[in-house]
Design a protein around this ligand. Structure first.
Ligand code: SF4
Length: 219
């Protein structure tokens, strides 16, 4: 099957099964970025707790930027990898102040997606996935962040090659998916990955994509 047709079929089936849709962003973009850093490599409960502790300890981003790394680390401890993430958050704020003179990222809303992505990835510790998460959740952009679920499932069903990297996968998926499908497909794939197509013990029989899946076909 042609890859674009297959991607549309995946989108259609997931939408029928789950119907996840992108909701309007609730945070300013700097907080969206901090939230995205905290969400890396941990469960949703852990990172939401870490985020709410951080904003209650440092409601003002200027105070957070002035805080020593150990104080940030203590606030986000329940989120896991707290030392590493505290260094990244502190580094982002320092680098933003150097580049822009303040701690706001709201100017990104007026930029083209590629330019906004370039700026975000120029900040210390911000990779392509984190940049896309910020642009998608914070500004409603039609991009395709590739997290562990999206990467695993896209490889299994054969939308990308078995050894395609996350960075390359993002470009390939954006190439074959129309903009209107990208954010929705990201959300639906994440849900599929959490509930059905888990890394271990995927439930093929219950999966809405089993008729399209190379991994299942070759089992
Ligand atoms: S059929 Fe199985 S391997 Fe394929 S997407 Fe569904 S759960 Fe994952």
């Amino acid at each position: 099957m042609d890859m674009r047709k297959k991607a549309l079929e995946v989108d259609k089936r997931l939408n029928f099964a789950f119907g996840e849709e992108l909701e309007p962003g609730k945070r300013d973009l700097i907080h969206e970025l901090i939230h995205a850093v905290l969400s890396q490599n941990t469960s949703r409960n852990n990172y939401e707790l870490a985020y709410s502790r951080l904003v209650s300890e440092f409601p003002d981003v200027e105070d957070l930027a002035a805080a020593p790394v150990p104080a940030i680390e203590a606030a986000i401890r329940p989120g896991g990898l707290s030392k590493q993430k505290a260094v990244v958050i502190s580094g982002i704020l320092t680098s933003l102040k150097e580049k822009r003179g303040d701690f706001s990222l709201e100017f990104l809303r007026d930029l083209k997606t590629e330019t906004a992505r370039e700026f975000l990835t120029s900040l210390n510790g911000v990779g392509p996935k984190t940049a896309s998460v910020v642009l998608m959740f914070g500004d409603g952009r039609q991009v395709m962040p590739v997290d562990t679920h999206v990467l695993r499932i896209s490889r299994r069903i054969g939308l990308i090659g078995p050894s395609t990297t996350a960075e390359k996968a993002e470009l390939e998926l954006e190439r074959i998916l129309p903009p209107s499908s990208r954010a929705r497909m990201h959300l639906n794939l994440v849900r599929l990955g959490r509930e059905i197509c888990r890394a271990r013990g995927p439930e093929h029989e219950a999966c809405p994509l089993n008729m399209l899946c190379e991994y299942y076909e070759n089992k």
